[in-house]
Design a protein around this ligand. Structure first.
Ligand SMILES: Cc1cc2nc3c(=O)[nH]c(=O)nc-3n(C[C@H](O)[C@H](O)[C@H](O)COP(=O)(O)OP(=O)(O)OC[C@H]3O[C@@H](n4cnc5c(N)ncnc54)[C@H](O)[C@@H]3O)c2cc1C
Length: 503
């Protein structure tokens, strides 16, 4: 319980109501509270954050990066499931989504991957003010201005998130990076982490930071633990919130709402509130990763060391294997077609089975073209992930698997490995590799795009047709981010906060 928590009010009489206290929602709250406080002082309106209650999670799983996979399927996970997919050998994929203050950051793998030029370019186009019919194409100045604002927003995100350099790297990842550094191309490195002193950081930590740095601004934030079911809409305005227990609260005139419920939550809210824009829940995209798994002669990595020296080391300096976030390093190829994630584990068996010394090089297509969609019954959300609905993604991933094999050979890293287990050295033909891909690919946990900027939401983040509702979260991303999305989303949330503060 934070000092900012309050009972659910019957009436939201002033301020901004942010639905969802995940990554984007809490960054928005952190930024808005400060700008309102500096503008209006003690008379500043409230910033409400509504977040679903979640059960407790074991503290050691929450704080120790090496144990993050144990959080999946637990109390902080919505445990969504995609529809069975014929492209993926009939499999239905578990889609974890984080619940509780901090959102998916409570259970994620903590990689901080800065937006690329292509990511910024794609957002710039969507954030340009909309043109009236027959008007000229937006000027170069306005494009340059948005690019500049995005750069500033990213600087701000860095300032508040403060991603950390890894405190420890496994011998496997160290050897991999050493080997590939000899190659003329590619950009591989140990990923920066969403950590503080080798411990998980989530956006919920921003609340404590604010209490320290600007207690007056922190007093403007009110946190309500409740699940939103839908919005009451009258003409073009939200006039109330319906809660999952059937109760309702009213929204006073002049109160602004922002949906930051995430890529699944936001379109679900809009749909359940009776909005009928045809793109709500469409354009769903995700990165699909194919693990290339090798056995090796070294030691198997374990996430639950009973070595008291290692525990003391982590407690003292935040270092050692406990600080390992599993997906420790990787990078993208020269043409930005694929991203790699290197883990010192057998990705498909870890952490259930940690006996076999193995390592994984996961490869995914950076910009998949496939799109899925969401639909709803009375009480269910149905997710068709649409994996490989565009067959070019399957072919590109096949090329990616071949590229990983080549990389391992050319860099000499193969000398440190015993044998390829998945797809398996016997699987050499396109057909055999594709069959393995259908069986073993996994979500990289990046669903997005379901209330896309430019379609459902205008460049001011407003839901089309509604005067007082915005969306700021992963559902805005019309295109997949090149790498892991948190850094780009943090930038977008800071950009949106700056825009809202100017109004
Ligand atoms: C297992 C996993 C690993 C990942 N690893 C990485 C990684 O290493 N690097 C990276 O960059 N990205 C990673 N991601 C993705 C990243 O965490 C998300 O893209 C990001 O958190 C999305 O931010 P968001 O604000 O859109 O949504 P979220 O952070 O998910 O926040 C949405 C919030 O809304 C709340 N909410 C939803 N519905 C309701 C409701 N009806 N009522 C009240 N509250 C509600 C949720 O409880 C949640 O707190 C990972 C994600 C997962 C799940």
């Amino acid at each position: 319980m934070t000092p900012m928590e309050v009972e659910r009010p019957d009436l939201f009489s002033n301020g901004t109501v942010i639905l969802g206290g995940g990554l984007c929602g809490l960054i928005l709250a952190h930024e808005l509270a400060q700008s309102l406080e500096s503008k209006y002082g003690a008379n500043a309106p409230c910033v409400w954050v509504i977040e679903a209650p979640s059960g407790p999670v074991p503290t050691r799983d929450q704080h120790r990066p090496a144990r993050w996979l144990r959080l999946l399927g637990g109390e902080a996970d919505y445990q969504l499931q995609t529809q069975p997919s014929t492209a993926l050998a009939g499999r239905s994929i578990h889609w974890p989504r984080g619940k509780g203050l901090g959102g998916s950051g409570r259970i994620n793998s903590m990689i901080w991957f800065p937006p690329t030029d292509a990511d910024r370019q794609s957002l710039t186009k969507l954030l340009l003010p909309e043109q009236r019919p027959n008007a000229e194409f937006p000027s170069a100045e306005s494009q340059a201005e948005i690019k500049l604002q995005l750069l500033k927003a990213f600087d701000r995100a860095l300032e508040i998130v403060r991603p950390e350099r890894p405190r420890w790297l496994s011998p496997t990842s160290t050897a991999f990076l050493e080997s590939v550094s000899k190659l003329p191309s590619g950009c591989f490195h140990a990923y920066d982490r969403l950590n503080r002193n080798g411990r998980r950081w989530t956006a919920a930590d921003l609340l404590a930071d604010l209490q320290q740095s600007n207690p007056d601004a922190a007093k403007r934030i009110r946190i309500v633990r409740a699940s939103v079911s839908s919005l009451r809409i009258d003409n073009d305005a939200v006039i109330g919130i319906r809660w999952s227990d059937g109760r309702t609260s009213q929204i006073a005139n002049g109160v602004e709402l922002v949906s930051s419920l995430g890529a699944i939550g936001s379109p679900t809210l809009l749909h359940r509130s009776g909005l009928t824009h045809p793109q709500i829940g469409q354009n769903l995209h995700d990165h699909l990763i194919m693990p290339v798994i090798h056995s090796h002669e070294g030691h198997a990595f374990s996430d639950s060391t009973s070595d008291t020296r290692e525990l003391a080391r982590w407690q003292h300096s935040g270092g050692g294997p406990i600080a390992c976030n599993i997906a420790e390093c990787g990078g993208i190829d020269e043409d930005q077609r694929w991203q790699l994630h290197v883990t010192p584990t057998d990705y498909l068996r870890f952490p259930k089975d940690t006996r076999r010394p193995a390592m994984t090089i996961g490869v995914n297509v950076t910009c998949p073209r496939s799109r899925g969609s969401m639909s709803w019954t009375e009480d269910e959300t149905i997710i068709d992930a649409g994996y490989w609905s565009d067959d070019r993604d399957r072919i590109e991933l096949l090329d990616g698997v071949r590229w990983v094999r080549e990389l391992v050979k050319q860099s000499g890293f193969d000398r440190r490995l015993r044998s390829e287990l998945i797809p398996g050295s016997k699987r050499q033909t396109d057909e055999a590799i594709c069959a393995a891909m259908a069986r073993y690919t996994q979500t990289l946990y990046h669903p997005a795009g379901t209330c896309a900027l430019g379609d459902v939401v205008n460049p001011n983040f407003r839901v089309r047709g509604l005067a007082n509702l915005r969306v700021v979260d992963a559902s805005l991303l019309a295109e997949p981010t090149t790498g892991n999305p948190t850094a780009t989303l943090a930038m977008l949330a800071c950009y949106a906060a700056a825009q809202l503060s100017r109004e």
